[in-house]
Design a protein around this ligand. Structure first.
Ligand SMILES: [Zn+2]
Length: 156
């Protein structure tokens, strides 16, 4: 049996990849984390605490394409865990406080950190998906989900 390999001097990239402008990933993530539209930097991303707007009110960039799913809580738990657990262990080793002091310190701190980080992390992940043309943010991709009605068409 003979295996034959063909070598090409230049790998061809799909034409659609070169047609789309490069998006600044860091800027998009920072804008998303700051609740600012990753496209224009002026409109807001979130409607409520964690619910994104359907689209930017300033430039019309659609946000409903995002698929953040479980990633924001995952990253939040990871970050908060890496802050709280070493802090708790250090305090226990150094001062041996009573259990009620641990409970009154670490439980509220965990809740405050989690709630304050969850939204910026979700915004940053939406910004990352937008910058990388993931999911529906790619204008050339076929829509993989059923259409979501615009807010004015929703029945409340
Ligand atoms: Zn915008």
């Amino acid at each position: 049996m003979t295996v034959r390999y063909e070598l090409h001097d230049k790998l061809e990239t799909p034409e659609t990849a070169s047609e789309k402008p490069r998006r600044n990933v860091l800027q998009a993530m920072l804008r998303g984390a700051g609740n600012r539209c990753m496209n224009c930097g002026k409109g807001k991303v979130f409607d409520g605490f964690l619910q994104p707007h359907y689209a930017c009110s300033v430039c019309g960039e659609e946000f409903h394409h995002h698929r953040a799913d479980d990633a924001p809580p995952y990253f939040t738990i990871t970050i908060v865990g890496h802050i709280i657990v070493p802090g708790l262990l250090a305090v226990e080793v150094l001062w041996h406080p009573a259990l009620w002091i641990h409970m009154s310190l670490w439980v509220p701190l965990t809740l405050i950190l989690s709630l304050s980080l969850l939204r910026p992390i979700k915004g940053a992940l939406i910004g990352l998906q937008w910058a990388l043309y993931m999911h529906g943010f790619d204008p050339d991709a076929e829509d993989d989900t059923p259409p979501i009605p615009v807010p004015s068409e929703r029945v409340t």
